[in-house]
Design a protein around this ligand. Structure first.
Ligand code: HPA
Length: 281
């Protein structure tokens, strides 16, 4: 069951989407990855603020826009920016965000984000394909949102088939791809070294402040999800740098080449058969 508000918001997005744009794939562009939208043909930008309840307070590096367009012949919906609990997003915000994505026809979502590496084998600049998560945000978007099926199974939250496809593409294109468990904190401050030591004991390889609520909500609505994390720094206490949002952004900008290349290949794959030789950069 959907909240009445959410239904009104879907009507609103259908109004906003005057040309009836529809896409199979949605890609959430994390901090510093927004540049990919410049590769879309006939792109149209719709600010999240056009949808009641989706007016996100902006954080540097997180614009808030739906960008619709065609990428080498296939329609894609890019999401520039995402809601965060630490910015005051509520459970409802995540439902409106995901229902809006679904209203554009998308059945699968690739979410990207920036993370700190807890595992010392994962260097800065690497891409990590998230296999599972540990929710230490102590919040859940299925609470306070009028959902009628609270007890959502999370075994295949990070879709095995999508992950296999992504791994195949990475191998074929010689992009180093790690697997790892994402531990989500509420943020907005970075972790203490003691927290990171504890998170390592819990079995996490990377840490971030986002994504978990969108994954849960997307799964609630039956969408398939994969998450690719870009390692912007070693987690607190693992290196000698002082952590900051500026450091995250500058690192993501430096290291985004492989991520952008992997996403291009992923979209391209949607057009072509899995085994064909793909020669794009
Ligand atoms: N911790 C939490 N979130 C992050 C980090 C980090 O070290 N790096 C990028 N996002």
């Amino acid at each position: 069951m959907l909240m009445t508000d959410t239904i009104e918001n879907i009507d609103k997005i259908l109004d906003v989407n005057k040309n009836g744009f529809s896409a199979e794939i949605a890609i959430v562009l994390g901090s510093g990855l927004s540049g990919l939208v410049s590769e879309l043909d006939s792109a149209e930008t719709i600010p999240y603020s056009a949808i009641p309840g989706l007016d996100l307070k902006s954080v540097k590096g997180h614009e808030g826009n739906f960008v619709l367009g065609s990428f080498r012949g296939i329609n894609v919906l890019f999401l520039q920016g995402r809601p965060h609990w630490y910015q005051g997003a509520s459970a409802k915000t995540f439902h409106i965000f995901l229902k809006s994505i679904q209203a554009f026809g998308c059945k699968e979502i690739i979410m990207t984000n920036a993370v700190g590496a807890i595992d010392s084998n994962i260097p800065v600049g690497s891409i990590v394909s998230i296999t599972d998560h540990i929710n230490l945000q102590f919040k859940n978007p299925l609470i306070d949102s009028d959902v009628d099926d609270y007890f959502l199974g999370m075994e295949n939250a990070y879709d095995m088939d999508l992950r296999k496809k992504i791994r195949g593409l990475a191998e074929r294109n010689k992009i180093n791809l790690y697997d790892g468990v994402y531990l989500g904190t509420l943020g907005p401050c970075f972790e203490t070294p003691a927290e990171i030591r504890a998170f390592r004991q819990l079995g996490a390889q990377v840490v971030g402040m986002s994504t978990i609520p969108e994954v849960i909500t997307a799964r609630y609505y039956g969408m398939r999800v994969a998450v690719l994390s870009l390692v912007s720094n070693l987690a607190a206490g693992c290196g000698d740098e002082e952590l900051s949002h500026e450091l995250t952004l500058s690192r993501v900008n430096m290291a985004s080449g492989n991520m952008i290349s992997l996403l291009r290949h992923y979209i391209y794959l949607a057009l072509h058969t899995y085994n064909s030789e793909i020669e794009i950069q």
